[in-house]
Structures are given as C-alpha cells and as structure tokens.
Write a protein that binds this ligand. Structure first.
Ligand code: GTB
Length: 235
C-alpha cells in the first residue's frame, strides 16, 4: 500500500475521532430513566472510549416520520450519525465505536473475534428470550393464555442463564478484559433486573453489578436519567 494511502487512512481515523457523533434517544422514555432503552448501550460504549457525543431527542411521533425512518427504517431509536455515516442497530453501532477507538476490543485478532462472538451471543442468543418476556408481560398480559405462557418463557430464559453462568464461572468478564461483548451482555441481562430471575445465578447477578459499577456506565446512566428528569420537571 502506498504511503499516501496510509496517510488517507490516518486522516480518516483522525476525522472520525474528532467528529462529534449524534445519537437519537427517546424524548420520553417509557422506562422512566431506568436505562433500559437501547440508547443506553451506545452511550455506555461512547463513555468507555471517551468519545463525546450529541443527543437528538425524538418523540414517538417523530420516530415514525419519514425523516427518522430514513435513518432507522423501523422507526426506532437509537440511531448513530457520524460524518456522513448513518447507522442503526445497536450491535452495529457498538461495533463501529469499538473498532474506531481503543478500549472495547482486544488487539489480538483471535481475542477480538471471540469478543465479537460474545457481542452476537448477547444479541442473538441471550436477548431473544428476554425480549419475549417483555412482550409477554407488556403486550400479552390480557390474553387468556398469558398465565400459561409466562412460565414457559421464563424456563427458556433460565436455560440460557444457567448455561451462561457455567461459562462465566468465577471470572470477572466473559473472555479476559472487559470488552464490547461484556458491554452488550450486561445491557441485555440487566433487562431482567426487576424480574428476580438473576438472583438464582449469583455470579451473573454480580457480573451485572460489576458492569453497572463502571464509571462509564454510571456517566451514561446519569445522562439518560437527566433527560427523563428534565422532561418530568417541564410537564
Ligand atoms: N434491534 C434494534 C437495535 O438494537 O437497535 C432494536 C431497537 C429498538 O427496539 N428500539 C426501541 C424503540 O425505538 C427502543 S429500545 N421502540 C419504539 C418502537 O419500536 O416503536 C427498546 C426498549 C423500549 C422501552 C423499554 N422500557 O420501557 O423499559 C426498554 C427497551
């Protein structure tokens, strides 16, 4: 590769690190600031790597308008805009941040690939049954079969938690140092905070607490809570 190619690459990396990205988040988060909406994982990743960011708050109505759907085809938050690049899907956004900054993926190529496996695992293996539980509670609560369905959903979550718990063992993080895999896994598991299900897996409970104790998590949490607090004060 020519030296001008290398120079162009380093200018590109420099530009992407100096441009302030903009994310979108709920103007009125239904979780009342508990950090359960998915902008939380993007905020946390940006805080971990020390990248400042701007937030554009969107109402439920705004999210379904063509202008927002041009960024997020499904009319959802969060989105991520950075110097002409528009991304949706929190997995892709966190991966982009992790690839462009030090701190969220290991330098060794194989360790990096394993960390990315844990990112997919969080979103593809752990999150689906956990999401099912939220659908069962918030959208199917009045259905005649709700009482029969919930224990089945919980059973599937317990299966996954049991397997993950065995793999984590007494380690602090899933594979060596904290990575984007842990970041996504903690945000997925903490969706169960109110359910009581994590209590039966003390190492996973402690893992979530360990993630939530990270200074970057706390800054991200405070930032999203401030949106809710300001919106409530203005009501
Ligand atoms: N796969 C996409 C991604 O990971 O980026 C999913 C994005 C998504 O589900 N966004 C949700 C959304 O915009 C917000 S995070 N929903 C509005 C809509 O679809 O119309 C999901 C969420 C919402 C609320 C809570 N809560 O109240 O606790 C928790 C999580």
């Amino acid at each position: 590769r020519s030296s001008s190619g290398r120079k162009a690459d380093s200018i590109e990396i420099f530009r992407s690190q100096t441009m302030i990205p903009t994310i979108t988040a709920f103007a009125h988060s239904p979780d009342r600031g508990r950090g359960q909406a998915r902008d939380m994982r993007v905020r946390w990743a940006l805080e971990e790597v020390g990248q400042p960011y701007d937030v554009r708050l969107v109402s439920f109505e705004d999210m379904k308008q063509p202008a927002h759907r041009a960024l997020q085809p499904f009319g959802q938050i969060p989105t991520y805009e950075e110097d002409g690049l528009v991304l949706f899907e929190t997995g892709a956004i966190v991966l982009r941040i992790a690839e462009r900054h030090a701190g969220l993926l290991p330098g060794d190529a194989n360790a990096r690939a394993r960390a990315i496996s844990w990112m997919f695992c969080a979103l593809n293996t752990m999150e689906p049954p956990i999401l099912d539980r939220q659908v069962a509670i918030f959208m199917e609560g009045n259905e005649s079969w709700h009482e029969q369905r919930l224990p089945k959903v919980d059973g599937r979550i317990r299966d996954r938690l049991g397997e993950l718990s065995i793999r984590l063992g007494d380690a602090d993080w899933l594979d060596g140092d904290f990575s984007a895999g842990d970041l996504l896994m903690v945000t997925v598991l903490r969706r169960l905070n109110m359910s009581g299900l994590l209590r039966d897996y003390p190492n996973l409970d402690a893992y979530v607490t360990r993630g939530e104790a990270r200074p970057a998590f706390r800054r991200a949490f405070a930032a999203q809570l401030a949106v809710f607090t300001a919106a409530s004060a203005g009501r």
